[in-house]
Design a protein around this ligand. Sequence first.
Ligand SMILES: *Cc1c(COP(=O)(O)O)cnc(C)c1O
Length: 432
Amino acid sequence: MKNEELKNRDLNVLWHPCTQMKDHESLPLIPIKKAYGVYLEDFEGNRYIDAVSSWWVNMFGHTNSYINEKVKEQLQTLEHVILAGFTHEPVIKLSERLVKLTPKNLDKCFYADNGSSAVEVALKMSYHAHLNDGKQKSLFVSLTNSYHGETIGALSVGDVELYKDTYKPLLIRSVQTPVPKDMSLDAAVVAAKSFEDLCLQRHNEISAIIVEPLIQGAGSMHMYHPEFLVLVRDICNRYDIHLIADEVMVGFGRTGEMFACEKAKISPDFLVLSKGLTGGYLPLSVVLTSNDIYAKFYCDYNEHKAFLHSHSYTGNALACAAANATLDIFENENIIEKNRVLAQYMGEKLQKFKDLPNVASVRQTGMVCAVALQGYKPEERIGLRVYQYGLNHGVLLRPLGHIVYFMPPYIITKEEIDIMMDTAYEAIVRLI
Ligand SMILES: *Cc1c(COP(=O)(O)O)cnc(C)c1O
């Protein structure tokens, strides 16, 4: 009853993200009453395993008691303060920890409040850093099939047609260089060669290349070899081009290391973090960069040299408290190590999908697994059918087109992995 009532009230006044609202004439919205651990529960007592970590943000389960406690504690003393001219302990502590945890030469933290805005910050800083050096470089390079968010600048460097096409006349200039076509070393070398060819011709114009290290999330969980990042880092060094690592999705352990760049042992000029940063609690994002780049903006007052960018909620204290609590859990509970066991278990279970005639391939990087289906036309919307089957059987799967993937919170148990992956398997079998 309550479910029905809320659905109707919702559709009266809400417009949901990334949704054709007419779909909700047949596809029921699901009002969630409460959530705990990997579970979401609706008003009729149905539970769903959150196999997508609520759009890739949740790390240690919903209403995690430790994070709850830390956010409540913060709430008693300071909820928010302007970060220009003022500061607070949670943001200082978080910055010290991030500088320590991330690859070397990332020494300064600049905050925003979502992934897209942080991408905008990195693009503007890159352009502005060159400008402060007396160089006009206004072209950004990104990878084919990449995704960096929905604001105009972030959308411009993305390459998922579905999100981008409509807005083409509004976008800023960017060029795409091929992403490695698969996870092989060969593909990495071939793709890096294309990037080098582009740099050879246009390095004078190119400010930065922005990449999603190892996994292109919204680009159907496409994965590639770490060597690509090693080669790109080297090319960037030689052509005076910045490397922006957009780890909004892959950061905080998704790839098996705390940060994906560690798998290639490289340091980007800008590291962009968001989604998992607060454990999935509150909106927050950050761009880390080097003391070298910071120094290019540091001078006696000159209105053109300082980075005059801000967001109202920059460095929100509650969000920083949630982020600090999230980092405590990583530290205290040896999460990266524990995840290796879970990742291996998911990897073993992934193998049996390969035998299905409608499965083209499976792939995995760390805590992210994907199953690519084959033999369907887009208008068949098979992703939607897998989604609905999942919901009817207690699992929130949200396929990207014909890619069914698993990216659960790290507190998932083996028994819950069984339910999550067996349900997806059944859903795929039913499509045959
Ligand atoms: C989700 C995502 C973004 C955008 O973050 P929002 O918080 O949704 O604006 C940017 N880059 C990558 C790689 C992402 O996965």
